[in-house]
Design a protein around this ligand. Sequence first.
Ligand SMILES: [Zn+2]
Length: 295
Amino acid sequence: MPTPFVSVLNAMPTQLADALAPFLTEQFDGALSGAQLSHIADKSQLSLQQVYLALLPIAAKLANPPISHFHVGALVIGGSGNLYMGANLELPNQALNHSVHAEQSAISHAWIKGETEIKDIIVNASPCGHCRQFINELHLGKNINIHLPEQDTAPLSYYLPYAFGPSDLGVTTPLLHKHSVALTYASDDKLVQTALEQASISYAPYSACHAAVVLEMKSGEYVIGRYAENAAFNPSLLPMQMALSHINLRRLDYQDIQRAVLVESSAGQISLADMSQSSLASVSNVKLESLIASA
Ligand SMILES: [Zn+2]
């Protein structure tokens, strides 16, 4: 079992720890299927809701907050019933707006794994205003239930009354809604083609800067980040931030990044290149390959 989880399991009731342990292998990537969750609930004789809350300290172990030292863990339950963990990320020597919040991390985790709907968000600290606004960008976001330890469950509309969201700017296909734009870039480089495919399904209704980052690790595996814009602009999640957050969720090492590609659409009114390079430079010496795809 990965070392960070040992102390969490040691603090749990034995029945629950025994039910969870088989899933927390070295390959554990922060996701559990609905069937696995039901199995854990049955074996530990807890409700699913109790299992979710018990998993928060596991998610918080995936946080990387060298500035605040405040570890936030979040869980998202997708329409499929599967669970996706998220955790906060702060980048050393960078402005604070390079940070990723745990809720953003968990939502992007579900998105990258193909979920098109989110039903519940469970978090170990009350969602900040930035996260409430980020959740509001999701399809039927105001109905998503927020669960906190020792607090009654309430929908986002309770936490974010009088919300400003995508519909106020005329956007009818919110975040997680399946859509794609046509982008082309002549290259037979697999990493570039993967970034191109991911950019085409990114979410950039406000700037048209459809973009994605793919990080190639020394093991050969790819870590993906897609751009996710927000109606209030500042809570937008940049693709490099998303990818770096997912490196932490998978307990990989920044030092094992061997290539990094950013693809942006030529139709974009903005560029993410400078900020993406700065973010990467704070954790790796790899130079970002920054490409513009034809829209
Ligand atoms: Zn937040």
